[in-house]
Design a protein around this ligand. Structure first.
Ligand SMILES: [Cu+2]
Length: 286
């Protein structure tokens, strides 16, 4: 069957609209703290650092788009206006002080404009504020051990098998659920200290904007302050061996009351505390 140009155009338009609807629809279902199908943006921010990362990302995106369009426009002007046919006798101009100063100064100013928020963000990430609690995350082949040294709590977090996941009333996303998640209070500065027990792992939670290598023999530090209640998912982000893809990180952000109850629950060796998948859902109001 031969299609006319109009038919091809209409089909292409239809496909484009369908594609855009898919992308928009997919991200419309995005949930806090976890990836979504067809997601093309950063995950929704769950900490002030991630809010700033998102802002900086959007700022750079606008800037590079404007620069790219400007350079493209200049190229088009050159191609159309100054090709051999349109402009058979080229001008022999070589210098123009104003333009030379401008094309040196303006890029410098743009780079300074990028450097200021960039360094501010870097310092915010690296300069750890006074911490309300410290958690040590040790990467093992292939799971995480979490310790709350001030509260004498330590346990290992292992990914749920497909069978265990299927038994749950509201199963976590595939390959992201664990038997015991991290539990942290809302609006508190959490210092994460991380190390590797065997090889290099990497502790990463996208919604908090943290990703830091867990290196054997070293103690790396990072921090986050969760500002929204909920469950946040991350993964080991350093190729660490055969089961690298199967050592997810789950952080439950709860209010202070639930956090205190959880500590008592864990310290008395109970098994159905809120770190367990069905051990009481983190409440959605503070
Ligand atoms: Cu790992």
């Amino acid at each position: 069957m031969k299609m006319s140009k109009g038919q091809i155009g209409r089909r292409l338009l239809g496909l484009t609209v369908a594609g855009m609807a898919l992308v928009a629809g997919g991200t419309a279902f995005a949930e806090l703290g976890q990836p979504a199908p067809w997601e093309w943006k950063l995950q929704e921010a769950g900490s002030p650092v991630m809010e700033n990362i998102t802002w900086f990302h959007n700022f750079l995106f606008v800037l590079i788009t404007v620069i790219t369009l400007f350079v493209l426009a200049l190229l088009v002007v050159v191609v159309v206006k100054f090709n051999a046919r349109a402009n058979p006798v080229p001008s022999r101009t070589t210098h123009n002080t104003l333009i030379e100063v401008a094309w040196t100064l303006i890029p410098v100013l743009i780079l300074v404009g990028i450097a200021v928020p960039s360094f501010r963000l870097l310092f915010e990430q690296l300069d750890i504020p006074k911490a309300d609690l410290t958690i040590k995350a040790t990467g093992n082949q292939w799971n995480w051990t979490y310790a709350y040294p001030d509260d004498k709590i330590e346990y290992t977090s292992i990914m749920l098998s497909q069978e265990d996941r299927a038994k749950l009333a509201s199963p976590p996303p595939r390959l992201l659920g664990v038997d015991h998640s991290l539990v942290v209070p809302i609006n508190k500065v959490v210092r994460i200290q991380t190390t590797g027990a065997d090889v290099i792992h990497s502790f990463a939670v996208p919604a908090f904007g943290i990703k830091i290598d867990s290196v054997p023999g070293r103690l790396n530090e990072t921090w986050f302050k969760a500002t929204k209640l909920g469950v946040y998912y991350g993964q080991c982000s350093e190729l660490c061996g055969k089961d690298h893809a199967f050592m997810p990180i789950v952080v439950k952000v709860v209010n202070d009351q639930d956090y205190d109850n959880w500590k008592k629950c864990v310290q008395s060796n109970k098994d159905d505390c809120i770190d367990a998948p069905q051990g009481g859902k983190a409440k959605q109001s503070s």
